[in-house]
Design a protein around this ligand. Sequence first.
Ligand SMILES: Nc1ncnc2c1ncn2[C@@H]1O[C@H](COP(=O)(O)OP(=O)(O)OP(=O)(O)O)[C@@H](O)[C@H]1O
Ligand SMILES: [Mg+2]
Length: 309
Amino acid sequence: MTIGHDSKIIELRNVTKIYKKNGKKITGLNNVTFSVKRGMVFGLLGRNGAGKTTAIKLLLGLLHPNKGELFVLGRPPSDVKAKQKVGYLPETSYLDREFTAKETLLFYGRFFKIDKAVLLKRIDELLSMFGILGYKDTPISAFSKGMAQKVAIIQALLHSPELLILDEPTSGLDPISQREIRDFVRNEKDKGKTILLSTHFLDEAEGLCDHLGILHNGRLLRYGAKDKLLQIRSTYMLRTSEQCPADIIKKYQGTKNTAGEIEIRIGLNEKKEIFAQLKEHKVEIIEFYRERERVSDFFSRVLLGADDE
Ligand SMILES: Nc1ncnc2c1ncn2[C@@H]1O[C@H](COP(=O)(O)OP(=O)(O)OP(=O)(O)O)[C@@H](O)[C@H]1O
Ligand SMILES: [Mg+2]
């Protein structure tokens, strides 16, 4: 089967997963349907226990659904040809702490039958990309959490997968490590890679994802393009140069950002008036846009109304 440019890289059709624990049934996923097309960065959001990891493990063929069907690159998740094209970062890292970074990556590289010379080169490239080449021969036990997470991500990338599945890639990391990993995801997105990531950091979803899904008690409450899901507000943001006169700043309650520019929030009916004033004073307008709901507000709005649905 050939996969076209806009084809579905991931597809879930009415998927239900019920766990059984001590004779009790626990819902993991409840009749979930969604798809992810090539080149999308899809953010799976939801509170603890919402079903994010369950969906991911089903896509990796690590779990099997009670009902419904799943497809990865047009194949069932258990198909070896599908598995070969997926890179996976688990929620909890399973790295053997006695091994060095290089030993760990060589070990995983062998799973994918990568030629040893090619593999050694790729390991060095990826370690260097994440700034940890100097720690190649250091045991994982001596790594910080952020460094170990980078090794786990490199492990998921070794075989140049078409689809990357990252389960909470920045959880528990310091802000700098979080930023490095987000920069890496953005870079992969720019290269056109398809990425599914779960996260509790809603600003991360805001910055990285173009599509979102919100899971709650195993049900998919919302799903779609971020631009379509987030409500358009009735306010505008205006960013001007620092030359903006003090009386205008005062009148519209403008604030100075870290670059010294002036940011002003205005209503629809104030647009004409302020543009005329700025023109009169020859103030440069750097940016002007209609405000949208933040992903964090969208998340709260959907979850607050969740029990009525
Ligand atoms: N192996 C298991 N046995 C029994 N129940 C499970 C198992 N794994 C998950 N569950 C249950 O399934 C539901 C969904 O869990 P899941 O781990 O998919 O949530 P999650 O959205 O990934 O949460 P988190 O944000 O905490 O990682 C929860 O109620 C959880 O307790
Ligand atoms: Mg999880």
